[in-house]
Design a protein. Structure first.
Length: 155
């Protein structure tokens, strides 16, 4: 009877010791609840480091080569932290927000392009008019000008 109890005890000890070896580990949460605050603090520290780095370059404490190397290192670190923050918040897959931003950017680009095209058309029309040039030096002038901008002759 004693041998049976000892054998059961040995089997129980081996099972207890071998359990982690045969059981796959559980998935740990990507970010613990308090970890978001830690990530935000790390982000702020990375931004502060970049700001201090730029200040040190302006003060002459760093060479341009050292500044460039350290800046790239801190930028990579800040980018990794921002990715972790996005993953923790669940912002990484917000396609509707990305689409809204892209729509607004496209509208701003169109408005800028339209204004630029209008200015180009105005300048071309002024060049083609030809009659609105100074008789003395040939400099073009706008309607309403009283004197030539180049030579000063009354128009």
């Amino acid at each position: 009877m004693e041998y049976v109890v000892i054998a059961l005890l040995i089997v129980a000890v081996f099972a207890f010791v071998a359990y982690p070896l045969f059981n796959p580990p559980r998935e740990k949460p990507a970010v613990l609840p308090g970890a978001l605050d830690a990530l935000l603090a790390q982000r702020d520290a990375a931004y502060d480091a970049l700001r201090d780095l730029d200040f040190d370059l302006q003060m002459g404490k760093l060479s341009a080569a050292d500044h460039a190397a350290l800046r790239e290192k801190y930028k990579a670190r800040a980018a990794a932290i921002l990715q972790q923050i996005d993953a923790a918040r669940g912002d990484a897959g917000a396609p509707e927000l990305d689409a809204a931003i892209e729509t607004q950017v496209a509208q701003l680009r169109r408005a800028k392009t339209d204004a630029l095209e209008a200015e180009i058309a105005r300048v071309r029309a002024a060049r083609q008019a030809g009659a609105s040039r100074c008789a003395k030096c040939g400099t073009p002038f706008r309607a309403g000008d009283k004197f030539c901008a180049k030579c000063g002759k009354p128009l």
